[in-house]
Design a protein around this ligand. Structure first.
Ligand SMILES: [Zn+2]
Length: 261
């Protein structure tokens, strides 16, 4: 009987700043969002792993580009959002579905987190969430298809996960997001500490992921839309007041400002 603690969670780097999260027990593996097959094949070969399944969060090419080649080589099932067109999907998924990977004794729960794309999903497993391009370190995904209300709601759902939840997103964006986060909330001591910690990790070419939901709720402005200091700073930048007690209005203004950076 395999125990959950035997599983390793490894980021396989791809392109400029993507991670293809890989879970394995030294025999079997699953990969999440394989935008490129080559680094996945190299990793699996090197560690003598069999690919048990491919999981996908949304349809963007840098998350799906390697699927068909991996299926050709490993004949793996492919799980992904039922609301999006993704070549190779064998198991379309949505809110409430469970993914069972028998070889790894793994059960992942699916939640819908639309906004970045219309059908974007996340996978929950124990205290981990694989959240694609919805939540990033100190930031969030861009709106390509959904509405601000959808993305705000999706982020609220992620923020409502337990504090010790580890978020595995797909891009190394934390350092990139820090200047905007600090502009929103320059006096946030935890955010300043995170800036130092992030620079220290990146100087050694180490990942800043995963991060805990507790840290994100304390430092990510997109999860802090009811903070008076953040609202005040946004209003200064916008040159006008935001409606009172309207988190969505704050979130929308923040996301639009971030798009201009
Ligand atoms: Zn994307």
């Amino acid at each position: 009987m395999k125990t959950l603690t035997m599983l390793k969670i490894i980021p396989i780097p791809a392109f400029a700043d993507n991670y293809i999260w890989t879970l394995h027990d030294n025999q079997h593996a699953i990969v999440i969002d394989p935008g490129d097959a080559a680094p996945v094949r190299a990793y699996l070969d090197k560690h003598h792993l069999q690919l048990g399944a491919i999981l996908v969060t949304h349809h963007h090419r840098d998350h799906t580009g390697g699927i068909l080649e991996l299926v050709e080589v490993y004949n793996s099932p492919v799980y992904g959002p039922r609301l999006e067109k993704i070549p190779g999907i064998t198991h379309p998924l949505g809110e409430g579905d469970i993914v069972e990977i028998a070889a790894l004794n793994l059960r992942l729960q699916v939640i819908d987190i639309p906004g970045h794309t219309c059908g974007h999903i996340a996978y929950l497993w124990n205290n981990s969430v694989f959240c694609g391009d919805t939540l990033f370190g100190c930031g969030c995904g861009k709106l390509f298809e959904g509405t601000h209300a959808q993305l705000h709601h999706s982020l609220q759902r992620l923020a409502a996960l337990p504090d010790d939840t580890l978020a595995y997103c797909t891009h190394e964006y934390t350092e990139l997001n820090l200047p905007f986060a600090l502009a929103c909330e320059p006096d946030n001591q935890q955010l300043k500490q995170r800036e130092q910690d992030t620079h220290a990790l990146r100087e050694q070419n180490q990942t800043t992921l995963p991060f805990t939901m507790a840290l994100e709720k304390a430092t990510n402005p997109f999860l802090r839309c009811n903070e008076p200091a953040i609202i005040h700073n946004l209003e200064l930048k916008l040159g006008h007041q935001l409606p009172a007690n309207d988190e969505l209005a704050v979130f929308t203004a923040m996301r639009k400002l971030r798009d201009l950076c």
